[in-house]
Design a binder for this molecule. Structure first.
Ligand code: SAM
Ligand code: SF4
Length: 329
């Protein structure tokens, strides 16, 4: 098992498949100038499947989520999913994507064994979408969402980040739209993980603001906290149910005490926290012939060193060197 000194067990693995992306969301990437990992640095498909096999077979991981960068840009994705679905015990498999390439891949991914998707979408207005992502691709995302639902990658969840002065007025209309389409909406507080280090606490839209805005149009009832478990989203039923909305308040209401995450970057580094400043190299061990148990032990040691919290409230907080797109969000 992947234990740490605070008694937490990591069973949820996030795997970044690439640091590249076809959008340029302002809270994540700069317009240009970001350098990419070179091909030899990236884990191969075989290496990824082997590491996931070790996580599932020897370390107790039960959920595997593919992310990035944009994971649909990884050519071997469908094959990786199929091989992970054949692992014993079979992990639950999900994908976090911007949805741009999902219309043509959703059915194949579902057939390969993918269980669910989370699609990131911050606005249903073409101009606002373009201002946030710097690309005019809203129609592709909407088509991707529809295809995911059609393929049965359900419940389809939509992740939205609100940015002051850009889409902060859209919370109620986004929720109405999500309910209308049968998607489960979750708002994510903006975190200091952008490559350009532009995050400012005063500028961030807080969970409190999001809820107040939603309550101008909907009646929200908190779900019992027991149901939250280690899931980062706090959830509310909307207008008496059955629809729900979630808020992931990593900054103002952190959930570190219940964290069950472990992360693998596209170049084979284990991170025990999104905000960690240290990484542990599995790729080196893998490429120098280590056996599965040796790699598992390196992974255990990496998780044992996990800190109690993200450190966001510490005045000495330092943003991790890698941005969200390179860690895997
Ligand atoms: N490209 C895919 C996507 O956008 O879904 C997967 C990777 S992206 C880094 C994963 C999630 O992180 C997205 O939902 C995105 O909105 C979120 N994200 C990126 N930068 C963020 C930030 N600075 N604060 C909060 N969420 C962020
Ligand atoms: Fe790309 Fe996702 Fe980052 Fe947007 S949030 S730039 S889609 S990796």
């Amino acid at each position: 098992m992947l234990l740490d000194t605070y008694g937490r067990t990591a069973t949820d693995l996030r795997v970044s498949l690439t640091d590249r992306c076809n959008l340029r969301c302002t809270y994540c990437m700069p317009e240009e100038g970001l350098s990419w990992l070179d091909k030899p640095e990236l884990l191969t498909d075989d290496e990824i499947v082997r590491l996931i096999g070790i996580a599932v077979g020897l370390l107790g991981v039960k959920d595997v989520r593919f992310t990035g960068g944009e994971p649909l840009l990884r050519r071997g994705l469908t094959g990786i999913v199929a091989r992970c679905a054949a692992l014993e015990p079979r992990p639950r498999l999900s994908l976090t994507t911007n949805g741009v390439g999902l219309a043509r891949t959703a059915a194949a991914l579902q057939a390969a064994g993918l269980d669910r998707v989370n699609v990131s979408l911050d606005s249903t207005d073409h101009d606002v979408f373009e201002r946030i992502t710097r690309r005019r691709r809203l129609d592709d995302v909407l088509a991707g969402l529809a295809a995911a639902k059609e393929a049965g990658l359900t419940p389809v969840k939509v992740n939205a980040v609100l940015m002051r002065g850009l889409n902060d007025g859209e919370a109620p209309s986004l929720l109405a739209w999500a309910i209308d389409h049968g998607y489960e909406l979750r708002f994510i507080e903006q975190m200091p993980l952008d490559a350009q280090h532009g995050w400012q606490r005063e500028e961030m839209i807080t969970a409190g603001e999001i809820l107040a805005s939603l309550r101008t149009r909907f009646t929200l009832t908190p779900e019992e906290t027991e149901r939250r478990g280690s899931a980062p989203a706090e959830r509310w039923t909307v207008d008496g149910g059955p629809h729900r909305v979630g808020v992931i308040a990593s900054v103002t209401r952190p959930f570190c005490r219940a964290c069950d995450r472990t992360r693998l970057t596209a170049d084979g580094q284990v991170r025990n926290c999104l905000f960690a400043r240290e990484e542990s190299d599995l790729r080196g061990a893998l490429r120098s012939g280590a056996d599965d148990e040796e790699i598992a032990e390196l992974w255990r040691v990496a998780m044992w060193g996990k800190k109690a919290g993200s450190g966001l409230d510490d005045p000495a907080f330092l943003q991790p060197q890698r941005p969200m797109s390179a860690i895997g969000g």
